[in-house]
Write a protein that binds this ligand. Structure first.
Ligand code: FES
Ligand SMILES: [Fe+2]
Length: 451
């Protein structure tokens, strides 16, 4: 048999057999890497409150091996794992009222790393006294909030205010903390939020319906870049309704979307809020964790999903603990992003117009990393001190039957009217803003005029 057929068909396996390079700038977050420094300018959740107890727990965040514990007085400490005496692991330490005591020679450290006791040394020892006064175990400040423990791992002279988001204060909302671990680099997990198109395929057409029927529709995709807030809208025509679904990223890693189960575009909905309020935090270059609240209530998802299975479905469209066959039949976000490998070969991507959200947020992140290398501190989510950060992740479903021949343009224009109206109300006090958005949406719908 001749080979001409194969040559003509231009098989390219050999030509493309070397793995393209990874994006070193975005993927590396260990101490002293450029992106690692950038992320060390923000508060991040590092654990669930329920994971922290008087039994020390080893965690890794941004490539650092740490130990988190609670003293018997209830203070939380987050410290370097290695004892500064002779490097024994603090994970084997014993917690007490004042701090944690190393198992090896009994040194006692407070949650802020102060060396309180060096009991094996002569009490008169000048050397031990001097060390206690001048040296500390590496430690980080923590804030425990609503079931999540946040920490700031950056330089202390740059510590920002702990940001409050409007989604912390949605009346009638029940927020339950959860964590989902991923075996891949943080950028792969973060990308999905700025990729609203994947919901139509991964969560609709490829895997069967993971959330609701309407997800399988491919909508009109639009992106907004507003300071460090990025919004990706997927606006779908569902019979006589138009469903505006908004995914949200506030740099560096805060994410929200619309509801997971309570939105399908068939019933009117006015500024429904996100099923999750979530941060994607690097553990090391090959692992990351989504630490989040799952939100339930009238404007979020039904409370019956308030359980581990519900959190997994909200987070990834599917539950985590499945056989390979089940995962192949119905892949969720974890399969999509971990399947790329523990660090994706970014330089082998072919980004398309629908990947604009991914492109613009990555580009901006690279810029902020570079700026920081040159001494310019990255912006924080709150513009003014004490400000509650306004967010836009949502579902809005409005009755808007097809009008004229160009329905795609009409659907697009509804999305931009809804978003611009919300942006115009941004400066309003929180509660007023919420109520005004809802009222305006209802009025737009009643008028049938979305200009
Ligand atoms: S190694 Fe920790 S006290 Fe000696
Ligand atoms: Fe997804």
């Amino acid at each position: 048999m001749g080979n001409n057929k194969f040559i003509e068909e231009d098989f390219r396996g050999y030509k493309q057999s070397t793995l393209p390079k990874i994006d070193e700038v975005l993927a590396r977050t260990d101490p002293k890497t450029a992106c690692g420094e950038y992320l060390r300018r923000y508060w991040h959740p590092v654990a669930l409150t329920s994971e922290v107890s008087e039994i020390p727990r080893e965690i890794r965040i941004l490539g650092e091996d740490l130990v988190i514990f609670k003293t018997s007085k209830g203070n939380i400490g987050l410290v370097h794992k290695a004892c500064p005496h002779r490097r024994a692991s603090m994970a084997y330490g014993k917690t007490e009222e004042e701090g944690i005591r190393c198992c090896y020679h009994g040194w006692l450290f407070s949650p802020n790393g102060e060396i309180l006791e060096t009991p094996g040394e002569d009490p008169e020892s000048k050397q031990a006294k001097k060390l206690r006064e001048t040296f500390k175990l590496g430690a980080y400040p923590v804030i425990e909030f609503n079931g999540l423990v946040f920490s700031y791992l950056g330089p202390m002279d740059k510590i920002p205010e702990f940001p409050h988001y409007d989604s912390f204060e949605i009346p009638g909302n029940t927020s339950s903390p959860y964590r989902i671990d991923y075996n891949c680099n943080w950028i792969q997990v973060l990308d999905a939020i700025m990729d609203p198109l994947h919901t139509s395929f991964l969560h609709g057409q490829s895997s069967g319906i993971q959330f609701s029927e309407g997800f399988a529709e491919v909508g009109e995709i639009e992106f907004y870049e507003r300071g460090i807030q990025y919004l990706g809208c997927n606006t779908r025509r569902i019979n006589d309704n138009v469903w505006v679904r908004v995914n949200e990223l506030i740099l560096p890693n805060f994410t929200q979307a619309g509801a997971a189960f309570a939105a399908d575009g068939t019933k009117s909905k006015y500024f429904g809020r996100s099923s999750f309020t979530r941060w994607v935090v690097p553990i090391d270059d090959h692992h990351c964790v989504a630490l989040a609240w799952a939100n339930f209530g009238e404007r979020g998802d039904p409370i019956e999903y308030d359980n581990q299975e519900g959190y997994e479905r909200i987070e990834a469209g599917e539950i985590s603990n499945r056989t390979k066959e089940e995962k192949q039949q119905s892949p969720g976000d974890a399969e999509a992003v971990e399947g790329m490998g523990s660090i994706s070969s970014h330089k082998g991507e072919h980004l398309m117009p629908t990947d604009k959200g991914v492109m613009i947020y990555r580009r901006r992140t690279r810029k902020l990393i570079k700026d920081l290398e040159q001494g310019l501190e990255p912006p924080q989510p709150q513009k003014k001190k004490g400000e509650v950060v306004r967010t836009n992740g949502q579902d809005t479903v409005l009755k808007a039957p097809k009008r004229g021949n160009n329905d795609r343009e009409y659907v697009k224009s509804i999305c931009s009217s809804v978003m611009n109206m919300q942006f115009d109300l941004e400066e309003m006090p929180l509660k007023e803003r919420d109520n005004s958005i809802i009222k305006n949406l209802q009025q737009m719908e009643a008028r049938g005029n979305f200009d």
